[in-house]
Design a protein around this ligand. Structure first.
Ligand SMILES: Cc1cc2nc3c(=O)[nH]c(=O)nc-3n(C[C@H](O)[C@H](O)[C@H](O)COP(=O)(O)OP(=O)(O)OC[C@H]3O[C@@H](n4cnc5c(N)ncnc54)[C@H](O)[C@@H]3O)c2cc1C
Length: 431
């Protein structure tokens, strides 16, 4: 990897996401050698992926070069590498660009879509966890309308304009709201020769309310907002299978849709060598103590989505959200230095700043620590918070300008099929 040997202890961070970057920033200018590895050369601001999928933002505005974050930090090295195995015994990790030795290892690999073992759904459904996946979804949505224009078969046309989103968490709610706005504001103008009123947006939730991690009032309001936008909200229904066209559920309800977006769950990204059953909890998360140390391995830490820290307040681990990842990264930065100075480490305490979800124009729900509110004010707070946490001044400016433009013009001009996604409605039809 061409990383110089030094007398400084070497800390390897796997993952330049919210947790990895927060940790790296804390270690800047400390007497350690830091090697940050990521399979992408950019940090991905996942909360705004749905806006990329729906043409509201260009992908570049929610990505930020990891090398730029580290600019000016002495003893910092970034390598574009995918870690494939951890050799705990020899304190070595193996990557697609070669092996490297560590003194301390921090796993911050985040999470990936969980299809719960359903291979058909995994193969045929769309996920939205990365920028390439969001671009695929953007292309597919637009390709479906282009194809719907070409067919005389009403049945096929309806299926092409039928969107089923599985999972009523913030991702599903936000995506459903954005699609409904496209249906209302953009499709009739873009496709005047297509009856786009027949387009359907369905949000399917396994439980009895959407946004289950938020307050009852937030769930109810979000559902009302969605219904006002024309989204069909289906509750207490679990999707069980999808062949690329027909969707079956655990009830009599079925759907015929060329697009199924799976936003129904995530699992931690585990790495070979650190994936023994006794190290993992539900959702493949690595069990860690209050210092984010992986059980039984004092020199290995895990932070963010990949870490399962059981506390009294969070018996099932912290929520898989940006704030726990950032706060754990920051706390671990302090602790690693304390560890090297032979000082006792500080246990992690999560400061819950609340949660929010936006449903559409002027419509959001917010559960903050002291206040719960919904509507226009929540929407402005949501925008401000997202702009604040977005990395990079340019990105903030670009996103802000895009939002103002989209708001004034009722538009989303990034509805472009730059890289066609090859999924054809007819592919899944019996021949
Ligand atoms: C669509 C969507 C919307 C979301 N909305 C919100 C929201 O509104 N608010 C909120 O708080 N949270 C939201 N989240 C969740 C939030 O993004 C995650 O909780 C957060 O990103 C976790 O941070 P992390 O550092 O643990 O992992 P990540 O930010 O996912 O970073 C992990 C990094 O590890 C890298 N990596 C993984 N495996 C390897 C490997 N083997 N080798 C090298 N590199 C590797 C990845 O490339 C990535 O850069 C959303 C997530 C999604 C998908």
């Amino acid at each position: 990897m061409n990383i110089p040997q030094s007398n400084l202890p070497r800390i390897i961070i796997i993952g330049g996401g919210f947790g990895g970057i927060a940790l790296a920033k804390k270690l800047a200018k400390k007497d350690v050698q830091v090697v940050l590895l990521d399979k992408h050369n950019y940090h991905n601001f996942q909360p705004l992926l749905y806006q990329v999928s729906t043409g509201g933002l260009e992908p570049d505005s929610i990505a930020y070069p990891i090398r730029k974050v580290l600019q000016g930090y002495p003893n910092f090295y970034f390598r574009l590498a995918e870690v494939v195995q951890i050799d705990i015994e020899n304190r070595r990790i193996h990557t697609n660009i070669g092996p490297i030795h560590y003194d301390y290892l921090v796993v911050a690999t985040g999470s990936e879509t969980n299809f719960f073992g359903n291979k058909n759904i995994e193969e045929k459904a769309m996920a939205m966890k990365t920028i390439p996946q969001s671009l695929n979804l953007r292309s597919l949505i637009l390709e479906n309308f282009e194809q719907a224009l070409l067919t005389d078969d009403l049945h096929e046309r309806d299926a092409l304009m039928n969107f089923v989103i599985v999972g009523g968490g913030p991702t599903g709610v936000e995506l459903a709201g954005a699609l409904a706005e496209i249906k209302k504001g953009i499709l009739p103008k873009d496709y005047p020769d297509l009856d786009t009123r027949r387009a359907q947006i369905n949000l399917v939730q396994g439980g009895n309310r959407i946004l289950p991690a938020m307050s009852e009032i937030a769930s109810q309001k979000a559902e009302k907002f969605l219904e006002k936008l024309g989204v069909n909200v289906w509750k207490n229904i679990r999707v069980t299978d999808y062949d690329g066209n027909f969707i079956t559920t655990n009830t009599d309800t079925t759907f015929e849709a060329a697009t199924l977006v799976w936003a129904a769950g995530v699992k931690a990204v585990s790495i070979k060598g650190l994936d023994a059953k006794e190290l993992l909890s539900r959702g493949n998360r690595l069990v860690v103590n209050e210092f984010n140390q992986v059980l039984g391995h004092n020199e290995i830490f895990a932070i963010g989505d990949v870490a399962h820290m059981e506390t009294e307040a969070f018996p099932n681990g912290h929520p898989m959200m940006a704030q726990p990842a950032i706060q754990q990264g920051q706390n671990l930065g302090v602790n690693l230095i304390r560890l090297l100075e032979n000082k006792p480490m500080k246990p992690f305490t999560y400061k819950d700043k609340g949660s929010m979800a936006t449903v559409g124009r002027n419509k959001a729900v917010a559960d903050l620590k002291r206040f719960k509110f919904q509507g226009v004010f929540a929407w402005f707070v949501w925008m401000f918070v997202h702009l604040f946490f977005l990395i990079g001044f340019r990105n903030r400016v670009v996103v802000f300008i895009n939002w103002v433009y989209n708001y004034i013009r009722f538009d989303r001009e990034a509805r472009l099929i730059i890289r066609p996604f090859k999924k054809r409605y007819r592919d899944s039809q019996p021949t």
